[in-house]
Design a protein around this ligand. Sequence first.
Ligand code: GLY
Length: 386
Amino acid sequence: MNSAEIRSRWLKFFENGNSQGLTHTVVPSASLVADDPNLLLVNAGMVPFKPYFLGEIKPPFVRATSVQKCVRTLDIDEVGKTTRHASFFQMCGNFSFGDYFKEGAIKLAWELLTKPVDKGGYGFPESKLWVTVFQNDDEAAEIWHKVVGVPKERIQRRGMADNFWSMGVPGPCGPCSEIYYDRGEQYGKEGGPIADEDRYLEVWNLVFMQYNRGEGGTKEKFPILGELPAKNIDTGMGLERMAAILQGVDNIYEIDTTKIILDKATSIVGIKYGADKSADIRLRVVADHTRTAAFLIADGVIPGNEGRGYVLRRMMRRVIRNMRILGADKPVIKDLIESTIKAMGPQYPELNTDKNRILEIAIRSEEHTSELQSHVRISYAVFCLK
Ligand code: GLY
């Protein structure tokens, strides 16, 4: 199933296609530039809805669904090395603002995941799915077992670090329940998600948003300021992870859309993907970061020395540096960004309409980086001659 199909099945199911008759308003992805003083960039599907969860603004709908562009750079050094870290990803989400809660969200997720492909679902065999709940969330555990029918041995309990979701900054938060897909024994040891998160891949996170988090603390312990005005649902299903599973590839860099960029990078440097482990990592970094850079520019970010501009500049420099190490001796950005627009344009038409501007900014940034690098090389040569 290609990425566009995964996306459209998601939206259709929540808009008007589930057996609970819970219609959701389809909300287009917001800009990556977060309208939130605590965040540089949108890093989760719920970010545009934060004022609704907090009760600061009355939502114009009680249920919504979206496929939100996200950028996370916290784990940037893991990109390319693991099967599942990306700096750019698309988060499919369904949201309830004081409407359905745990049982509704759990039943919706199970229905879409397990509904046969020819009936509009993703066709997962029930026997391959495991779930986790927050340590003392007996209610969620009971719904999974008694209402949905998941065997007790495939329901695991985890603590704050894994099953209590917050944005990492002040805002709405709550205990969560995650759904995992067992990829099989060739991927690791058995024992469920608590034993091995490479074999058991997290596909969907259901957050029972009911508290307001304060500043500070750690992932395991942070101040809870109080309850939200209503009990809400925020879920996140990573489109790229889902695509990797449904397309039978090992990692998110080899799915239909990202592979187009990766293939362009291999053709520029004339090497074969899969032949050398460290070259593969560099190629995956190039594919991931090029996509992030294209989307940041499309949303109005320009390379700079601080904030979002610095995130973009860093992405571009890492692309250029990795391509040079792989053997590129000519400018690469034009071809790579063009391949990104080709891969993502069908789902994001604004990339096509804004193509010239995106290319111009990206190419200028490459020239700047090249000048900077030759300046450093000349300065170093002069230093050595002294
Ligand atoms: N907001 C839920 C998630 O990003 O997993």
